[in-house]
Design a protein around this ligand. Structure first.
Ligand code: MRU
Length: 361
């Protein structure tokens, strides 16, 4: 996608091919800055501190993290250490495990002397695959938007939560790929953007990238979606996800479940867009089995923003003595999901059999 007219991905090899560069997402929307990752520990830190975030991008950064480790030391011990450090960086998005384990399985049989070059190429393949997958999700999702638009025949109002746009992936996005594809195809649309406290991925990232692409959008406080749905102001909701179980339960940014409940109660179709690496075939019951990340209380008690003097500052919004809890994700049961939009097609009223049939043939 483009930033001020220049095409970017969210992660790319440096010109000397010795490191990778990322967009530092902690600085957006007020400052656009890139950051060089030279070592596996740099990649670990970028994932932990959410300079990169979003399940697919975390997976690709993990893969490059392994490749950076191989540059420094391609021994079995170094491979094992890199995998274990990177896997521990964030717990919920399964794409990290997918990316790191794919690198381990690919590299382990190779002689040490070949690992560094091969790892670099494999990480680049994973990044390219992510772009192709998301483009395909965009095409399938666009047909859904088109068919709802044909019945409605006026501007489509689409609600999304968190950021599942191109910043959460290598390019295109998952939930926003259909939006960009439909917008580029001339379907009139407008996006309701949940702010997505506490990290504000909606207000900071989704709003910014939609604006860069010229897509009309409005940022709303997190609790607004139900009211809009009751008043016929939402035609469909599309969200991304961080892990989907084999039976179709969806783990996504905290607050997604409440939007799915409101959509269900109001007859608003609720779609989830996902690349296949987000499916965890080892799990069934998402509520019981998916590990939910708990982050620092300061992300709830404090908030950052642009001050009138042009400086970005952080202020406290809660009483100093109040405790805060910060659960990063929640789980929406498959029964509340109208359809999963994947790179291989659309799974309506998802369940284990339909998902297996599509992906495992
Ligand atoms: O905590 P984050 O920002 O890494 O959360 C991930 C997300 O961006 C969302 O949960 C998103 O909707 C799924 S990732 C495409």
């Amino acid at each position: 996608m483009k930033i001020n007219g220049t095409p970017y991905r969210t992660i790319w090899p440096t010109a000397d091919n010795q490191a990778v560069e990322i967009i530092d997402q902690t600085k957006l929307p007020h400052i656009f800055a890139t950051l060089r990752l030279d070592t596996m520990r740099d990649a670990e830190r970028a994932i932990k501190d959410m300079q990169v975030r979003g399940a697919p991008l975390i997976g690709v950064t993990g893969a490059y993290g392994v490749a950076l480790a191989m540059r420094a030391n391609a021994s079995d011990a170094s491979l094992a250490e890199a995998c274990s450090v990177l896997l521990a960086a964030r717990p919920t998005a399964v794409n990290l495990r997918w990316g790191v384990e794919r690198m381990r399985a690919f590299l382990a049989p190779l002689p040490e002397s070949e690992r560094a070059a091969a790892a670099w190429q494999e990480a680049a393949h994973i990044a390219d695959e992510d772009v192709e997958i998301n483009a395909s999700i965009g095409k399938y999702g666009c047909e859904i938007i088109r068919s709802i638009h044909q019945h409605k025949n006026s501007t489509m109002n689409i609600l999304t939560h968190c950021n599942a746009g191109w910043l959460a992936t290598v390019d295109w996005g998952t939930a926003l790929a259909p939006v960009y594809t439909a917008f580029d195809a001339g379907i009139p649309l407008h996006v309701w953007v949940d702010e997505t406290r506490p990290r504000n991925q909606g207000a900071s990232l989704t709003a910014w990238e939609l604006g860069q692409h010229g897509v009309p959008h409005t940022v709303i406080a997190d609790n607004t979606g139900g009211h809009l749905m009751q008043h016929g102001m939402v035609d469909m909701a599309i969200v991304g996800c961080d892990r989907v179980t084999a039976r179709g339960d969806v783990c996504n940014k905290i607050g997604t479940y409440l939007k799915a409940l409101a959509a269900f109660d109001n007859g608003v179709p609720f779609y989830v867009a996902l690349p296949s690496p987000t499916i965890d075939w080892t799990l069934q019951d998402g509520v019981k089995e998916i590990p939910i990340e708990e982050r620092a209380a300061e992300e709830v008690t404090h908030i950052s923003g642009l001050c009138e003097d042009g400086q970005v500052r952080t202020v406290q919004v809660t009483p100093k003595s109040s405790r805060a809890a910060n659960y990063g994700f929640d789980v929406t049961p498959a029964r509340l999901v109208t359809a999963l939009i994947t790179e291989k097609g659309v799974v309506r009223q998802p369940d284990r059999e339909k998902l297996r049939a599509l992906f495992k043939g």
